[in-house]
Design a protein around this ligand. Structure first.
Ligand code: ATP
Length: 277
């Protein structure tokens, strides 16, 4: 009844060198890696173990990537689930999944638990309307409450689970139940911001390592001229450019291939055939 289970990566294979443009966040998260590598040392030194970190920011800027890199750098198992996977109508299913997730992570500690889109399971509680005649709605609300309560119980009882780091990610901080944000549950909230021009260039460089790029391609011009493009979109750009290069029979990605890829990934009036005069 408590399927689906978390996807587990022995270790993610992702490292901080795969991330760019969010140096401050990465810097702050180094401490978690140090802790996961040697929880006993923190204990011996009398340092309160970190446990919960909330990653907040718009889609595609690297929240999942950062979470994976923490596990990857520390070489520990990574338990990943999406908030929506806990949302069920049947009472008790979501909370059983939470219990199961934490239990498995504790057995294999040190480890990292990551719940993406945590807002889906931890939405601000409106209170169950006893006047509502919609039983299905009431049951779903009740189930969501039970699931969130179970998550809070797990986070509060975390001292017994030393060596497990809990990471939650959201791009809708405003929707989160305040109970989740109370001190002691998340030690830290870290903003993962969209990259600026320098960040975009660094991200392009990271992804350029993964494809065959001609040294003549001027990545900085793209970094300058693509405001608003996230890490996810820039990664997609170089993948697309590689496909275009193959299609054009090039041995490595040329500037014209990247230009073509930008064009393909840009949806604008011109692309839609709208003449703005
Ligand atoms: P969502 O909220 O949609 O889950 P997210 O913030 O978790 O978004 P990721 O899934 O981490 O975004 O990013 C998707 C992909 O985009 C990454 O696997 C990576 O290839 C690329 N990417 C995103 N941000 C960065 C970054 N800062 N540095 C390098 N690559 C990035």
């Amino acid at each position: 009844q408590s399927k689906p289970q978390a996807r587990v990566d022995g270790s993610t294979g992702v490292s901080f060198s795969d991330i760019a443009g969010i140096d401050e966040a990465v810097e702050e998260l180094q401490e978690l890696v140090r802790y996961l590598k040697n929880p006993e040392l923190f204990d011996k030194m009398g340092i309160k173990p970190p446990h919960g970190v909330l990653l907040e920011g718009p889609p595609g800027c690297g929240k999942t990537l950062v979470a994976k890199a923490i596990a990857g750098e520390a070489g520990v198992p990574f338990y990943q689930m999406a908030g929506s996977e806990f949302v069920e109508v049947l009472v008790g299913v979501g909370s059983a999944r939470i219990r199961d997730l934490f239990k498995r992570a504790k057995v294999n500690k040190p480890s990292v638990i990551f719940i993406d889109e945590i807002d889906a399971l931890a939405t601000r509680r409106e209170g169950i309307s006893s006047e509502s005649t919609n039983n299905l709605y009431n049951a779903a609300t009740q189930e969501r409450e039970t699931t969130l309560n179970q998550l809070l119980i797990e986070l509060d009882g975390f001292d017994t689970g030393k060596g497990v780091i809990f990471l939650g990610a959201t791009n809708r901080m405003d929707l989160l139940d305040p109970a989740l944000l109370r001190p002691g549950r998340f030690d830290r909230k870290i903003r993962i911001r969209p990259p600026g021009a320098k960040g975009r260039l660094d991200i392009l460089k990271v992804h350029a390592r993964k494809v065959k790029m001609s040294p003549s391609v001027d990545l900085s011009s793209y970094a300058q001229n693509l405001p608003g493009w996230t890490g996810a979109k820039l990664a997609q750009l170089l993948q697309e450019a590689a496909l275009v290069a193959v299609r054009n029979g090039h041995q490595s990605i040329q500037q014209s291939d990247v230009d073509d890829a930008v064009d393909r990934l840009t949806v604008g009036p011109k692309k839609l055939g709208i003449d703005l005069g």
